[in-house]
Design a protein around this ligand. Structure first.
Ligand code: ATP
Ligand code: MG
Ligand code: MG
Ligand code: MG
Length: 578
């Protein structure tokens, strides 16, 4: 494969795009891999599509190697199977629903457990047909509350999803273990630093479940890992430990709340601006809010930023200020002092937590009549403890607020739990018979009696994996792709016109003929400096500079990751690279 920069659909950007907060998003946009096309929807440009396809191929090869068979379900589906399984309502606002011209309700599938179960029911009749595992690589649709960070959380994204069917628990366990092994090989090949953590099953239902979290501070998942054994768990799956009885340091019980259904920030502000609260006619919320500090820790930030949402003299709460503070928040902590306790604990806190869509904690340790409300901005997840935040800076604001799992390791009880953040790139579940029960999937058993298969399901965020790899493989000059999934193997830079350009194109042809994926920078109206900068931004593992020393028969080989440069005689180049 030979791509020429002079004709490639690629425009690199010098400046960071204003709306891109995390490194992978910034770099994928700047280096011309993706382009935003819709809220939570991205166009894959040629270089991006190559990476996406290479990742897909790594996944496909490992998944077919364990015997899974590839199918392709429709994404546009009638509501009925999802009503039968209960997920039409369980998924709630997360699914895109639509009606056809006759008014029949449909959805754009968020995953396909229902369809897989129905397909097996349709085609298989005997125990002899089992086990079987089906998989597909397909665009999924979810109306995410907060699409973010480019392809990291889209409303439309590519997923590899697999569904296993076995007749007994041992079979399901074997299928689960097979996928766990394949996932490890896949994420190793993608060059990801990841941890397998215990997880909650979420909207899939089922029992055993593990997530593959790629460690990075911009990840939305918080997980704990033990310092002495291999225990690791998503904090979603860690339960809040009760306070130790009789322990003088034990803090009062932490209450965990689900957020109310439909409040909005606008309603909070309207209420704060117009109504009198707490049964005291002389207190308006605007008066009270001057003493409420909302502390927001943004993804990737070590330190929380205090944001006073009402300041002395303010007559009105500023909606824009509140919303701007909340939109990118990873963790929001309310700390009230000298404020009306009911206002914070009973009203503003819950309202804002609901806006964030989080479960939250009320931790009454701040002092009599006050509390911290802490939540992590992910539906279904909640903080387990607030451990710091007590430390005030001289101007009276909170220095840092952290969410941490308490107590020693629940597995070995000798190690300590440390906390990290990660991106969920894969998730495997033992579903059991939830879906086969829902659709009465029965086949003839060996003794002539019907048996009902048990299911597992196994997902990988393919498009998200592109961003996760970019998040872990970049430096301040640009992307640094692992060789196994780079868009090209070699980036040839013609650092000069005339003979250099001709030689670069010729060498590109020879390398491509030898089976390499080659990008040649054959642009003429662009300086060598710009070409070098672009090559580093694009991040292909090896660059070959065809420059001044061509006259003496040499080119320069540059290693993107190490920065190492080697001069090579032209005739040796092909052998060296293939
Ligand atoms: P998250 O917790 O990030 O919302 P999820 O638990 O809802 O993900 P699953 O239902 O487990 O996701 O789907 C399988 C995989 O699909 C996830 O592990 C993740 O890699 C990917 N994925 C899920 N939602 C998105 C999204 N909005 N954009 C990109 N990839 C996604
Ligand atoms: Mg989700
Ligand atoms: Mg999840
Ligand atoms: Mg998941």
């Amino acid at each position: 494969m030979l791509l020429r920069m002079s004709t490639l659909l690629l425009r690199t950007l010098r400046e960071d795009p204003a709306d891109a907060e995390v490194p992978s998003h910034r770099l994928l946009l700047r280096a011309g891999y993706i382009r935003r096309a819709a809220p939570g929807g991205y166009t894959w440009l040629p270089l991006g599509k190559l990476v996406l396809d290479r990742i897909t191929e790594v996944i496909r090869s490992e998944i077919t190697a364990i015997g899974d068979q590839e199918v392709h379900f429709p994404a546009l589906l009638p509501a009925e199977p999802y009503r039968t399984s209960g997920r039409w309502t369980e998924y709630g606002d997360d699914i895109f629903t639509l009606a056809d011209r006759k008014g029949a309700q449909h959805l754009l599938a968020p995953t396909h457990e229902e369809l897989a179960a129905l397909l097996v029911k349709d085609l298989f009749t005997s125990y002899r047909d089992f086990p079987v595992t089906l998989f597909q690589v397909q665009t999924k649709f979810r109306d995410e509350a907060r699409p973010r960070a480019g392809v990291l959380r889209g409303r439309e994204f590519l997923m590899k999803d697999a569904y296993s069917f076995d007749l007994d628990e041992a079979g399901l366990q074997a299928a689960y273990d097979r996928h766990r092994g394949a996932y490890r090989r896949i994420f190793d090949r993608l060059g990801l630093d990841y941890t397998v953590v215990r997880a909650m099953s979420g909207a899939m239902g089922g029992s055993a479940s593990e997530e593959f979290l790629a460690a990075t501070p911009v990840g939305e998942d918080t997980f704990v890992g033990c310092t002495s054994c291999d225990y690791a768990a998503n904090t979603e799956a860690v339960t809040t430990p009760p306070p130790a009885a009789g322990d003088p340091d034990a803090h009062p019980p932490v209450e965990v709340h689900d957020t109310p259904d439909t409040p909005t920030i606008a309603s909070l502000v309207e209420l704060a601006n117009t109504r009198r609260l707490g049964g005291r006619d002389d207190w308006t919320a605007a008066d009270t809010l001057k003493n409420v500090v909302l502390t927001v820790r943004r993804p990737g930030a070590d330190v929380a930023e205090p944001l006073v949402i009402g300041v002395p003299g303010d007559r009105e709460v500023d909606l824009k200020r509140v919303e701007a503070a909340l939109a990118p928040a990873a963790v929001a902590v309310f700390e009230e002092w000298d404020a009306h306790p009911e206002l914070v604990r009973g009203y503003i806190g819950p309202q804002v937590m609901a806006k964030l869509g989080v479960r939250y904690l009320v931790d009454p340790r701040v002092g009599p009549g006050s509390a911290w409300l802490t939540g992590a901005n992910e539906p279904g997840r909640h903080a387990t403890h607030v451990v710091s935040g007590r430390d005030f800076t001289p101007d009276g604001t909170i220095e840092a607020a952290e969410v941490r799992a308490g107590d020693s390791c629940p597995s070995c009880s000798s190690g300590e739990l440390t906390i990290r953040r990660g991106i969920e790139v894969g998730h495997i579940f033992q579903l059991g018979r939830r879906y086969t029960d829902a659709f009465a999937v029965d086949v003839l058993g060996p003794e002539g009696k019907p048996v009902r298969p048990t299911m597992g399901c196994y997902g990988i965020g393919v498009s998200r994996a592109v961003a996760a790899v970019a998040e872990q493989h970049h430096d301040d000059r640009g992307l640094v792709w692992p060789a196994a999934i780079a868009p090209c193997d070699v980036h040839l830079v013609a650092a000069g016109k005339g003979p250099q350009l001709e030689a670069a194109v010729d060498l590109g042809g020879r390398l491509a003929a030898a089976g390499l994926r080659v990008l040649v920078d054959d642009r003429t109206g662009v300086s060598a400096g710009v070409k070098f900068t672009d090559a580093e931004l694009i991040g292909i593992p090896r660059a070959v500079v065809v420059g001044r020393r061509l006259a003496e028969g040499y080119v320069e080989l540059r290693d993107r990751a190490t920065g190492e440069r080697t001069e090579l005689p032209v005739p040796e180049l092909v052998d060296r690279l293939v």
